[in-house]
Design a protein around this ligand. Sequence first.
Ligand code: UDP
Ligand code: MG
Length: 331
Amino acid sequence: MRPILSVILPVYNERETLGALRQRLIPVLDAMTSGNFEVIFVNDGSRDGSHHLLNDFYNGDNRLKVIHLSRNFGHQAALQAGLDFAGGDAVVLMDADLQDPPEVLPQFFVWWREGYEVVYAVRRKRKEGLVKRAAYAAFYRTMRVIAQIDVPVDAGDFCLLDRRVVEALVALRERNRFLRGLRSWVGFRQIGVEYDRDARYAGEPKYTLRKLIALAVSGYIGFSTVPLQISTWLGLFASIIGFLVGVGALATKIAGVYSPQGWVSTVSVVLFLGGAQLLMLGVIGNYLGRVYDEVRNRPLYIVGSRHGVFAAFGSEDAAVAHAAKTSQEAS
Ligand code: UDP
Ligand code: MG
C-alpha cells in the first residue's frame, strides 16, 4: 500500500541525534497519518556507526527504511536519492539534525490538503553566527536579483512536496543540484510557512564552508547566466573610461596645460583590465566545468544497499541496474 507521507532524512555522521530524532518524529507522523507513513533515511556515507543504528531502526519498525549510499555524495544528492525512492502521496524533505522541528509538519499537511503542491518552510530567525547569517542573507538576495527564477528568500530545503512535484523533480537529472532552485523552477502552487529554525541537536555542522560555497555557486550558475554577461559590462565600462581618459589627455594637450607623464594611471588600467580578464576566465571556466560534468553523465549517487525501499523510477541503483543487465543477458 502506498504511504500517505514519506519523510526523507539525509544522514551524515548523525549518530548522536538519530535516537532523539526518532523519538520526536514518529509520534508526530503517527498522529498525522494514522500510522500510514514511511521514513527514508539516506545514509550519505556516514563513518560514525549511524549505519548500524539505522539498520536497527529498520529491523524494529519496517516503516523506517534505509538507503546506504556507497560513499559521501553530499546533501543534495542524498535528498535526490530519497526522492527517487519515496512512495508517498506527499514527500517531506528535512534535515536529520533536528534543526527542522518535526512539530511543524502538521501545518505543512494542512496546506497540502488545501491544494498547495509545494509547502516550504521559511526561517523566521536563525540561531547561527552573525557571519553565517549575513552570508545567507546576501546569497538569497543576490539570487533573487540575478536568477531567472524566483527563489524565495530564507527558504531552505525543508519542505513538503506533492507526488506530482516529486515526479517532476525526479525527471530532472542535472548534476550540480540546487534543489530549492529546482523546486521553484518546476512551478505548481507554492506557499511558504514561517518557522523558527532550531540549533543543531548534537555534533558539528556537516556542511563545511567549502560545501556551502559550492552549493551557493551551484545556485548562481545553475539558474543564471548573468555572471557570464559581467564581462560585457566590464568591457564596456573599461572602454568608456579609456575613451574619456583619451579625450581628457587630448584636451589638456590642446589647452597647453602641463600634464604629468603618470605611470600610476597606466599601471592601474593594466591591473584593472588584467584582473577583469582573469575573473571572467574563472567564471567561464566554472560554466565550462559544469558542462563537462553534465556531459560525462555520471549518476548523481550510487546506492550501496537498501532496506525496505524498492527501486523507484529515475533511481540510480547499481544493484538494480546490474540485475536488469544480467537478466537481459540470460534471456
Ligand atoms: N548531510 C549529508 N551529507 C553531507 C552533509 C550533510 O547528508 O555531505 C546532512 C546532515 O546529516 C544533515 C543535513 O544534511 O541531516 C544538513 O546538514 P548540516 O546540519 O550540516 O547543514 P546546516 O544545517 O549547517 O545547513
Ligand atoms: Mg544543520
